[in-house]
Design a protein around this ligand. Structure first.
Ligand SMILES: Nc1ncnc2c1ncn2[C@@H]1O[C@H](COP(=O)(O)OP(=O)(O)OP(=O)(O)O)[C@@H](O)[C@H]1O
Ligand SMILES: [Mg+2]
Length: 212
């Protein structure tokens, strides 16, 4: 078995890395054996799972430090169908370099405002650098906290167009369910009816990722 290895990263804080990682992982778990590696020393993903306890319906979430992350991704890929890695919000440490050298796909959550996008420019440079060692690395931005009522503005599409890293067609809408899932230590799938629309957002991203 060789897993699809997906890293979720952005050097900017608070863009939704952990939210996207945990909820994607819950959706992938419905399709096959899934492991989350928490490479962020903040340990948010690990804390999320701890709140939920054993019967949360989340996949296992395992803390891993920078020195071990590459080896652990390799091992995990042999024993799982999907491996997701939640990364810390900075480029300084070597974690991101290590992770980007060992995954198939990098997802970069960004908020749909040009200012937030421009703050992600360094990520684009990091992707190009990582491709020197891992030419197969695919990378996509994922729009997060989309406003349900407003389609993306034309200026936003234009802003996205100048990046060498394209954006997925599907993103996450800003929904209370994403916050509630974290509060309850669960995924939006585990919220039942309360999380149904949020789970549809996540499903659309998974289906798009699987069709890349
Ligand atoms: N689509 C969404 N709808 C509503 N709230 C969201 C959504 N995505 C993220 N949030 C909220 O935004 C905050 C930041 O999200 P999250 O912790 O996932 O970001 P992060 O990129 O992992 O942060 P850090 O850089 O600190 O690791 C959290 O309170 C989270 O619940
Ligand atoms: Mg986080």
């Amino acid at each position: 078995m060789t897993a699809l290895r997906i890293a979720v990263a952005n050097q900017k804080g608070g863009t939704g890395k952990t939210t996207l990682t945990v909820n994607l992982a819950a959706g992938f778990l419905l399709r096959g054996k899934t492991l989350v590696l928490d490479a962020d020393p903040q340990g948010s993903a690990g804390h999320w799972a701890w709140v939920g306890g054993a019967d949360s319906g989340l996949p296992p979430i395992e803390r891993v430090d920078a020195a071990a992350v590459r080896t652990r991704i390799k091992q995990a890929a042999g024993a799982n169908r999907y491996v997701l890695i939640d990364c810390p919000p900075h480029l300084e440490s070597d974690v991101l370099g290590q992770v980007m050298g060992a995954v198939d796909l990098l997802l970069i959550p960004v908020q749909p405002s040009p200012l937030d996008l421009w703050a992600s420019v360094d990520m684009t440079a990091a992707v190009l650098e990582a491709r020197a060692g891992n030419p197969q690395l695919r990378a996509y931005m994922v729009l997060n906290q989309l406003d349900e009522r407003n389609a993306l503005s034309r200026s936003m599409h234009e802003a996205l167009g100048v990046f060498e890293v394209p954006a997925l067609t599907n993103g996450l809408v800003r929904r209370a369910a994403f916050r509630n899932a974290a509060i309850e230590g669960n995924s939006v799938y585990g919220l039942g009816k309360r999380g149904a629309r949020a789970a549809q957002d996540v499903e659309a991203i998974i289906e798009e990722v699987l069709s890349l």
